[in-house]
Design a protein around this ligand. Structure first.
Ligand code: FAD
Length: 251
């Protein structure tokens, strides 16, 4: 009997390809019935690692899901070496995900670096509801840029910026919003903490943000990813990773 009833499953690698300097895309086959909202994540057991590695679901359909990941250490390096057919013990359908029923009519989807990954499913789900999002992705440099084509093919307005100006607008996501006055009545954001903090400080519109932290269990038992909110301490893995802008306290 599984230790983690309902959420533990075995996924089989269908494909695993390099997309950019440090970014890979892995497609997995298996049961996706636990995935209910864009922005949820899976927690992968990697051989030789005590702690699982959390990765956001970039997109999914019946029986198949896609992950985008940066190779930053030994766990993600091991992922990049997995070949088709490799089986991964996975906790799936974790976290709350973004709320596509926020009432937004012209949402801005803001991604920083690998934080752009879950915006794919989010854009698709919004479009299915007849809502046209604008996607703004920020990267450090041209070699890091991913997903432009995928959003274009979806028919979504997409703007790319790079910190060094080698592709798209020069500067950070916040610079591009300020300089171009991108229209929006709500924002959804995922990316590095300094970007999320700057968005909360600068944007007057309502929004929600996906936070990251080192995680222990990934499903709410160990409390090690707790973050202080205006209500109380909340667990990023179980109560989040997505929080409303007004819930967050930035120190
Ligand atoms: P390690 O050897 O453990 O660490 C290598 C370096 O990465 C260290 O500098 C370490 O500080 C840093 N690092 C490790 N874990 C994190 C973390 N959680 N947050 C920030 N920095 C970290 N990564 C992706 O590439 N794609 C995703 O879609 C994605 N989604 C995530 C969703 C959630 C909810 C969370 C919590 C994290 C997500 N991450 C994602 C981060 C990913 O989990 C880590 O990069 C990964 O666990 C690193 O494992 P490693 O063994 O390669 O690196």
């Amino acid at each position: 009997m599984s230790r983690y009833r309902n959420i533990e499953t075995i996924y089989k690698v269908k494909s695993n390809e390099r997309l950019a300097a440090k970014t890979w895309r892995m497609t997995l086959e298996g049961d996706t019935s636990q995935l209910t909202a864009p922005g949820q994540f899976v927690n992968l057991q990697i051989e030789g690692k005590f702690l699982r590695r959390p990765i956001s679901v970039s997109d999914w359909k019946d029986g198949e899901l896609t992950l985008l990941y940066d190779v930053v250490g030994s766990g993600t390096k091991a992922m990049s070496e997995m070949r088709p057919g490799h089986e991964i013990d996975t906790l799936t359908g974790l976290g709350n995900g973004f709320n596509v029923e926020s009432g937004a009519t012209a949402p801005l989807l803001l991604g920083g670096g690998i934080g752009c990954a879950p915006l794919v499913a989010l854009a698709r789900k919004l479009k299915e509801r007849g809502i046209e999002p604008t996607v703004l992705l920020g990267f450090n440099t041209k070699e890091d840029v991913v997903l432009r084509k995928e959003f274009e093919e979806m028919g979504v307005r997409i703007v790319v910026c790079t910190a060094d100006g080698t592709e798209g607008e020069r500067g950070f996501v916040t610079d591009t919003i300020r300089n171009h006055g991108l229209p929006g009545d709500y924002f959804y954001a995922c990316g590095p903490t300094p970007m999320l903090r700057a968005l909360c400080n600068e944007l007057e519109m309502r929004g929600e943000l996906s936070l990251e932290s080192r995680m222990g269990c990934g499903f709410g038992a160990c409390m090690c990813c707790s973050v202080q909110t205006v209500d109380d301490a909340k667990r990023i893995c179980k109560d989040g990773p997505v929080f409303l802008k007004e819930e967050l306290i930035w120190k």
